[in-house]
Ligand binder design. Structure first.
Ligand SMILES: [Zn+2]
Length: 77
């Protein structure tokens, strides 16, 4: 079973669709049971969409935001 920490570590690959089928299934199973990670992934997807919509100059701030979200999930355990 995937831990929240592992899920967060895999989240950027997940959002870029870089995970194998097996990894994706593990993530889906975790998300089905873990509200916090569902919310985390939702926020990551949202910031990724914003990232795509913005010019390159705005990317460092969003990377900081994503890092802060990951930190938030880690510290809440
Ligand atoms: Zn979790």
């Amino acid at each position: 079973m995937l831990s929240c920490k592992e899920l967060v570590a895999n989240s950027s690959d997940l959002l870029d669709s870089q995970l194998s089928l097996r990894q994706r299934l593990a993530v889906q199973m975790h998300l089905a049971m873990c509200y916090r990670c569902r919310r985390f992934i939702k926020q990551m997807r949202l910031s990724q969409r914003v990232l795509r919509a913005l010019p390159d100059a705005a990317i460092p701030e969003l990377e900081e935001l994503a890092a802060r979200l990951a930190e938030e999930v880690r510290t809440r355990r």
